[in-house]
Design a protein around this ligand. Structure first.
Ligand SMILES: Nc1nc2c(ncn2[C@@H]2O[C@H](COP(=O)(O)OP(=O)(O)O)[C@@H](O)[C@H]2O)c(=O)[nH]1
Ligand SMILES: [Mg+2]
Length: 252
């Protein structure tokens, strides 16, 4: 297994993940299947501006971390470090279609909430501009709390800047400020607080307890299984070293 840092391209279908994958890795690609499922695993090598090599995977397109298809299940499990034999990626490159941003932001929000080192590739800027949309990547970056890099994968625009941002979040030069939803309704707040208290007892120090609680309330079977099988600890590895407990306390 590779000792290199790893990154994964994540996003809705047709966001331009594969086009970006090709632009980022060139000819250095390997195609296989994820063991036990007929889902393609595409990986390749790239070189970061620091000179460090990195393995990049082109994860199957997905609309959410609560999977509704084998493809989505692979993506959710890999991101959360729950796919057997597959380490959770060090960096997530979240690919969004700038011409269809509202829809793509739904999944983006869910992924960013995990608190993993994440970079947004704001792709298809050419289509957005053609449609007369005015993009403000800096404002989006501020709202999301992660770097936002405009790209046009098909013509390899923004690739250097994207690699620079991946390097910065991988090495911790860029300190992410993951955005968390404000203004939780009181009923949900109560339920989340109660669940979090229970989770704290079951898995002390779990850094993403708020997210786990929200997934449980949403009926996420993957998380429920992890909990009942005592594998919640592995979910902890899907997080940065950020003291999520204090963030959570501040939010709820
Ligand atoms: N105009 C434009 N088309 C793009 C861009 N990036 C990807 N595409 C096209 O959008 C379609 C979907 O891209 P693909 O990489 O297959 O998306 P994936 O499903 O996320 O892997 C393909 O026809 C690409 O050629 C872009 O930045 N601008
Ligand atoms: Mg693809």
């Amino acid at each position: 297994m590779s000792r290199h840092r790893t990154a994964a391209l994540v996003g809705n279908p047709n966001a331009g993940k594969s086009a970006l994958f090709n632009a980022l890795t060139g000819a250095r690609q390997k195609i296989a299947n994820y063991p036990g499922v007929t889902v393609e695993r595409k990986s390749g090598r790239l070189i970061l501006p620091s000179g460090e090599p990195m393995e990049l995977t082109d994860l199957p397109g997905s609309y959410g971390l609560n999977p509704t298809s084998p493809d989505e299940e692979v993506t959710a499990k890999v991101i959360l470090g729950q796919f057997p034999g597959e380490a959770s990626p060090d960096v997530i490159v979240l690919v969004l279609d700038a011409s269809n941003l509202e829809q793509h932001l739904v999944f983006a929000q869910e992924v960013i909430e995990l608190g993993k080192p994440t970079v947004v590739a704001l792709n298809m800027v050419d289509l957005a501009e053609r449609d007369g949309l005015v993009l403000d990547p800096k404002a989006l970056e501020e709202a999301l709390g992660v770097p936002v890099i405009p790209t046009e994968a098909r013509h390899k625009r923004g690739i250097t800047e994207l690699l620079q941002a991946v390097d910065e979040v991988a090495t911790g030069t860029y300190e992410p400020k993951p955005h968390r939803i404000q203004g939780t309704p009181p009923v949900l707040k109560n339920a989340v607080n109660q669940l979090m208290a229970q989770l704290e007892k079951l898995a002390p120090g779990l850094p993403n307890a708020r997210w786990v609680a929200l997934r449980l309330l949403d009926g996420d079977q993957t998380i429920a299984d992890a909990l009942s099988e005592g594998r919640l600890g592995t979910l902890a590895s899907a997080n940065t070293s950020q003291p999520a407990g204090s963030l959570v306390a501040a939010q709820l």
